[in-house]
Design a protein around this ligand. Structure first.
Ligand code: BGC
Length: 771
């Protein structure tokens, strides 16, 4: 099924050949992260070939000035970038004066292995030096999941072919840059380095934003398992710090450098004393030792897998694919800090700048909601809550008043920060996804207090935005929303995008309903929300009601579909099967003008709305829309196929769902889009999870009950996953036509499988069969 470059293995990603022209691809695939920092899988030893060096620190960003041809009022000032940060993994290996460099030395063997169960990257190779000596290297490293500011690496070199001299020079490098800088600027300044005799530290500060990052490293050197007796000397040069070890070697000797790194940033610590703190942390890590650190790291990963794993039997490529996706999602976001979020490429590359998009609420949120403790999803909501004032300010800049909020399409700190106006800025539908996530959170967790404490403030501000963004059309005698971009970015500045209008109406209704619910539940809390939002409970709610009842939702009666936007049927109604495969992807072959005029849809748009509000439509309506839009969708966003897959499964078309699922499951591993070199598609990885759990598993939350209606792809023997409902874990296994549910919690779980309702008692196991 898969002609992957990587060996098929349930828990590991394995590469056994070094392909220099795909070096960047592998640097992305083997990337490591722990929520606090991340790095591409750059080689430790010097590599003079093509590479994208990448180390990233969560929360640290640089406001790169936007590139805009014709500046207009309201345009964002900057495009936030996550700066490539000082690196600590570098080691110069010099054997008899020759530097080990895989672009120069010839390779006898090469193997790289990412063990996803324990979050450990291992690389082994045998290289022949120009002198003919052979260096056999084993390099291991991990970014601690247990202590996320710490990391460790172990690098062993065995030399054969005679005696000689070796130098091992681990070094810290703050002289780093971003390839994607808009104006070739350096993002760092005030670099400095120092050492305390045992360990070194480099400190660098981002320009403009003045984030300070201190990266400290302690090294130990071992010869054949015993502390090595060679000479060590630490040198600092301002932007770098190195620790040089030199020794004679005899044929067959093995030297091991172990590095203990601490990466501390002013995002989490006061600037004063940061370098000293980093030195102390690196020292403590060294005291603990590589093995003890690895054990704690492995345990932390064990806990994540215990509840987040999906097991697929009978299809090893699918198993590897979904584990890779889950692994990357956990590497990107751990949910402990409400100031952090999930960048579309996580910590695996520079593209998308590590910023937050609607991807979080629309795609990634359900994964964390279902596989992690409730506080993780809550922190994702709090992230937006904390940005509410800025979202109100953002709306004010565009002419909205009275506490209306427009969240940014792309953000780091709550401010809009993207280059492109029409595409991203007009995608006001993001406001709807944020409201939908609040609804999703509350129905899933039962944490109603979230609404009165935080959620309703956001919902009121969003509703105010929609109420002002609509206008009454005398012509249609309806409210309309003009000049937007829907999720389909292959059309800009359209009128009455069905998805956007539907979300606007739904947000107004949900906000009104939740206000009413709170008024009945607690007058005190209701009054507090009204006071905090200065809501005019008469006129504002009345206006919202009028919009809810009278908003234009474009539809076409002949095929009986919702129209993506006004005028969609004027387009020449081609389908994807009419396209020449050589012209795909369209965005690399067609002019923008041609794309905008064409019927082809970049990603789920109407279908995204049907996915969100499925229960509002009967099956025939869902089918008619699916049958109309799926043949017109080119899925040129990685986010798209998973939503179509969920809907195909809903329509009982398991094989179509499976075909669509395959497009997302191994997107990066098999590099379908030929762009993995830039980084991984982290947010679309969550879509793959949706395709399994909500698609094949048919999971829905309805009437305070968790429901499943599973199907199984023909290629699979069984699959199973654990879902937290109301924070109580429930295991679901689908094996042929039998579903086994086990309540792993200490509380009752209201469940329905194939429509059969049961209240599962703690520890209870029950089998269900489709009647
Ligand atoms: C998609 C957007 C998405 C962005 C970041 C674009 O290609 O069309 O919907 O927000 O990528 O993932």
């Amino acid at each position: 099924m898969s002609d992957s470059r990587f060996h098929l293995d349930e828990w590991k990603i394995i590469e056994t050949r070094f392909e220099p022209d795909r070096a960047r691809d592998s640097e992305s695939i083997f990337a490591l992260g722990n929520g606090m920092m991340g790095q591409r899988a750059n080689f430790e030893e010097t590599y003079s070939g093509d590479t994208l060096r990448g180390n990233y620190v969560a929360g640290v960003y640089y406001p790169d000035k936007t590139v805009v041809g014709w500046w207009k009022i309201g345009y964002p000032e900057y495009f936030a970038k996550v700066p490539n940060a000082p690196s600590w993994t570098n080691i110069i290996v010099r054997i008899d004066g020759e530097e080990l460099d895989l672009a120069i030395c010839s390779l006898r063997s090469f193997r790289r292995e990412l063990d996803m169960k324990q979050g450990l990257l291992t690389r082994t190779f045998e290289a022949v030096m120009p002198s003919g000596k052979v260096a056999k290297v084993t390099a291991k490293r991990f970014l601690s999941m247990a202590q996320p500011e710490l990391a460790a690496s172990s690098y062993s070199v065995q030399i054969t072919g005679g005696n000689g001299k070796i130098e091992l020079i681990p070094w810290l490098n703050a002289d780093v840059y971003n390839e994607d800088a808009n104006y070739d600027e350096k993002f760092w300044e005030n670099e400095s380095s120092t050492h305390d005799g045992k360990r070194a530290v480099v400190v660098a500060q981002t320009r403009k934003t003045a984030f300070v990052v201190a990266t400290a490293l302690e090294n130990t050197f071992v010869l054949n398992g015993m502390p090595a007796r060679g000479k060590t000397a630490i040198t600092t040069t301002g932007k770098t710090a190195s620790c040089k070890f030199s020794s004679d070697y005899s044929d067959g000797d093995t030297f091991t450098v172990t590095g203990y790194a601490a990466v501390l940033s002013s995002f989490n610590h006061p600037v004063e004393g940061l370098a000293g703190k980093a030195l102390v942390s690196a020292g403590k890590a060294a005291e603990k030792g590589f093995d003890a650190m690895l054990e704690a790291h492995r345990d932390a990963w064990g806990k994540k897998w215990e509840h987040g794993d999906i097991v697929i039997r009978g299809d090893i490529a699918a198993q590897q694919g979904i584990r890779f996706n889950i692994f990357q999602l956990y590497q990107t976001y751990t949910g402990e800090d409400p100031r952090l979020n999930i960048g579309p490429k996580g910590f695996t590359g520079e593209k998308y700048g590590g910023s937050t998009y609607w991807d979080t609420e629309a795609f990634a949120f359900p994964f964390y909601l279902s596989t992690a403790d409730t506080h993780v999803a809550r922190n994702l909501l709090l992230y937006r809550y904390k940005h509410l004032e800025k979202a109100i300010e953002n709306a004010r800049k565009l002419g909205f008043t009275g506490g209306a909020a427009l969240y940014p399409m792309v953000t780091m700190n709550g401010e809009e920060c993207h280059n492109e106006w029409e595409i991203t800025f007009e995608e006001i539908h993001r406001n709807g996804a944020i409201a939908y996530a609040i609804f999703n959170y509350v129905r899933h967790t039962g944490d109603n207090d979230y609404l009165s404490e935080y959620g309703l403030e956001v919902l009121v501000a969003l509703s105010r935005f929609w109420a002002q963004r609509c206008n009454w059309s005398d012509e249609r005698k309806k409210y309309v929303i003009l000049g937007v971009t829907g999720p389909n970015e292959y059309e800009n500045n359209v009128n009455n995008n069905w998805y956007t209008n539907t979300l606007a109406r739904w947000t107004l209704k949900y906000t009104s309903d939740m206000l009413e619910w709170l008024r009945n539940a607690s007058n005190v809390k209701y009054n507090s929300v009204v006071a905090r939002t200065r809501l005019d409970t008469q006129s504002e709610l009345k206006h919202w009601k009028e919009i809810i009842e009278n908003i234009h939702l474009p539809a076409n009666h002949d095929p009986g579909i919702f129209l993506q936007q006004d005028g969609f049927m004027d387009k020449i109604q081609h389908t994807v099967s009419d396209l020449d495969p050589a012209e795909r992807p369209l965005n690399q072959h067609w002019s923008w003008d041609r794309i905008l005029r064409s019927v082809f849809i970049k990603q789920a748009d109407v279908l995204q709305g049907i996915y969100f509000f499925e229960d509002e439509f009967d099956e025939d309506t869902i089918r008619r829309n699916f049958d109309f839009y799926e043949p017109r969708c080119v899925h040129e966003s990685s986010l798209s196929a998973s939503i179509h897959s969920v809907l195909a499964a809903r329509l009982h078309d398991t094989e179509r769902a499976y075909t669509l699922y395959l497009r997302t499951a191994r997107l990066d591993l098999d590099d379908y889009n030929r762009e993995v070199k830039d980084g991984l598609h982290i947010t679309s990885m969550a879509g793959t999870w949706l395709a399994i759990v909500e698609g094949f598993g048919g999971m829905r939350i309805r009437n305070e009950r968790i429901c499943f209606n599973p199907v199984i792809p023909a290629a699979w023997e069984s699959y199973s996953f654990i879902i937290r409902y109301r924070n109580n874990p429930l295991r679901v296994e689908v094996n042929g036509g039998t579903v086994t549910a086990v309540n792993l919690s200490r509380a009752e779980i209201p469940l329905a499988v194939f429509g059969e309702q049961v209240n599962m008692q703690p520890g209870e196991e029950k089998k269900f069969r489709k009647q």
